[in-house]
Design a protein around this ligand. Sequence first.
Ligand code: ZN
Ligand code: ZN
Length: 339
Amino acid sequence: MATARATRRFTDPSPLDADHTAMPDRSSDALPAWRRALRAAALWFDTSAAPVDGEDPDRIDWLRVVPFIALHLACLAVFWVGFSWFALGVAAALYAVRMFAITGFYHRYFSHKAFRTSRPVQFVFAVLGAASVQRGPLWWAAHHRHHHRFADTEHDIHSPRHGFFRSHMGWFLTRRGFATNLDAIKDFARFPELRLLDRFDILVPVLLAGGLYALGAWLEGAYPQLGTTGPQLLVWGFFVSTIVLFHVTVTINSLAHRWGTRRFATRDDSRNNALLALLTFGEGWHNNHHHFPGSARQGFAWWELDITYLVLRTMALFGLVSDLKPVPANMRGARPESA
Ligand SMILES: [Zn+2]
Ligand SMILES: [Zn+2]
């Protein structure tokens, strides 16, 4: 069945895929505008609320994505709140911690089960991942598993074959992208704490933003030499850091399927890109990853820096994670397209 799908021509940019996220069959044409707006707003806070219906599940749901747009606009406030090295340091630290939570846990653990860990550690990194404002771990991993299954076929919701904008961020601004196919992530959906993080995915980001504001306000009085304030720490530590983190993360869907080299003749367009690997802590070795997704390590060669893997190795030393899956020896040798 999958083969039949894969051989279908790559023509329809937005196929309805029953295996992915079947859309509820509700008609809302008769709904007045104010009720549609209310429904969209409810989804900001509770992702299990009834979705705003439209005829096309691949149309961008502008009302629902207002917070995403606002997150971008809020970065402009850097011109009002000013700069301090302390605020920049906090922004960089939050980028690093959350990037690791995304690459190490949302990706290599929740999506690919490339190692084992305890339930408390699983939860802590699920929370840190949720602080990235990339929604809950179940949503993230379910979509990512689907990406590997159909990479760069017509069913891949964020293939750059649909265009750069759609692969970078257009895909999850749609109703189809917003939905979570829990069947694809049954193994983790059985944990109620993870389902809760997914349902109220705005909660952790709001707590982080509020905490940063409070910390900055306190430091302004207690340590004025740092030159920071509540609004400044909020803008740099939350808005700027989150937006940079977001756009760097999603380059793996957009640029890493376009720019770079191909060591392995995978069925998709994945590429290895050293710059993206550096910025994403190892995810830029994306052709390696599509060749053998089950490994905890994505930099296969000794010179392919994979910071996430190094951190996971360190965590394993302390017993926080275990059974890091290696790359089998027979999967390491290059298999170029011409071979
Ligand atoms: Zn990919
Ligand atoms: Zn993957």
